[in-house]
Design a protein around this ligand. Structure first.
Ligand SMILES: [Zn+2]
Length: 317
């Protein structure tokens, strides 16, 4: 099979039941995400799973904007960030603590939650915000030993939605399956609504049972179409037009400038005295930004508001 197959997100719904699903398969985008980094394999696994999860959750965003998932870790990994917008444009990065040693096969807890102080942050950031509207942000403890469980617990707690995820990633591919039991609407015309809750629950339990036969090695090595046939061949399923995740970095010179402004004039001038100019590489895409003395002086002219959600990168000293 060709290695440059398009990345795909495939939504489907169980006929006549309020149960929906999505498969995602991210390969080209996943490799672009890792292009400027040399993460240990264990970090690739966790970050790759988070990438698949972000795509699965964003495919259901009810606004035009982005979902930003962050894990602030207390172990060798300090931070994982994945952003995905409503058009399934993705970027992601990991920050590892200086000098940290990471053993192969280290899982989520060993990497990010050694003392139980890891935090999972989800931000929903609409593009067209009302004046003064802040992005929605939910912060919860890292509740679970793997990425799928953490997100399932988050969804249950924050959205009151039964959601199950199966995630797997290696350096070459990131794949995931999401099942979700939808709340029932009371519309009478709706064919879906005519079936009883009990029947929904039956379909839900059966779908989860079938999907739970899926082990990570199989998920890693099998394409979406084959997985769909293998798991749900006895089910009546409606499949939607596939969508295609892709890599996109939203960094701009202006955002990097804002980040420098947030550091403050003293910090920036101190670094300039030492280095002559500031060189900043975007953590997500590797793009290089340079700010000399004149550029920096301009940053601190006037008092334009600063609006940066996540620092794009660290200043390199
Ligand atoms: Zn960038």
């Amino acid at each position: 099979m060709s290695t440059d197959t398009q990345d795909t997100l495939q939504k489907f719904i169980f006929d006549n039941a309020a149960v929906r699903g999505e498969f995602v398969e991210i390969s080209t985008t996943w490799r672009e995400i890792q292009q400027h980094h040399n993460y240990p394999d264990a970090v690739k696994t966790v970050l790759g799973e988070m990438v698949a999860a972000a795509a699965l959750l964003s495919a259901n965003l009810k606004f035009n904007g982005a979902i930003i998932m962050q894990i602030h870790g207390d172990g060798p990994v300090r931070l994982l960030v994945v952003e995905c917008d409503s058009e399934l444009r993705l970027r992601a990065t990991a920050k590892i603590r200086d000098g940290a040693e990471i053993a192969d096969g280290s899982g989520l807890t060993a990497l990010l939650n050694q003392s139980g102080k890891g935090r999972f942050v989800i931000t929903l950031d609409p593009i067209d915000k009302m004046p003064g509207q802040q992005p929605y942000q939910g912060i919860v403890p890292l509740d679970g030993d793997d990425m799928a469980t953490v997100i399932e617990n988050y969804m249950l707690r924050s959205e009151q939605l039964d959601t199950r995820l199966w995630l797997a990633a290696d350096p070459g591919i990131s794949r995931g399956l999401l099942l979700q039991k939808l709340p029932r609407h009371s519309g009478k015309e709706d064919q879906v609504a005519q079936k009883s809750e009990a029947e929904d629950l039956e379909t839900w339990n059966r779908a989860v049972m079938l999907a739970s036969t899926l082990k990570q090695p199989e998920l890693l090595s099998t394409d979406i179409q084959t997985l769909m046939n293998r798991l749900f061949w006895e089910e009546t399923i409606r499949v939607f037009e596939p969508a295609h995740p892709q890599f996109h970095c939203s960094c701009t010179r202006e955002k990097v400038g804002n980040m420098l402004k947030m550091l403050g004039r003293d910090e920036v001038e101190g670094a300039l005295d030492e280095l002559g100019q500031l060189a900043i590489n975007c953590d997500f895409c590797g793009k290089h930004y340079a700010f000399d003395k004149v550029d920096c002086a301009q940053l601190f002219v006037g008092n334009s508001p600063v609006d940066v959600l996540i620092p794009a990168s660290d200043v390199k000293h």
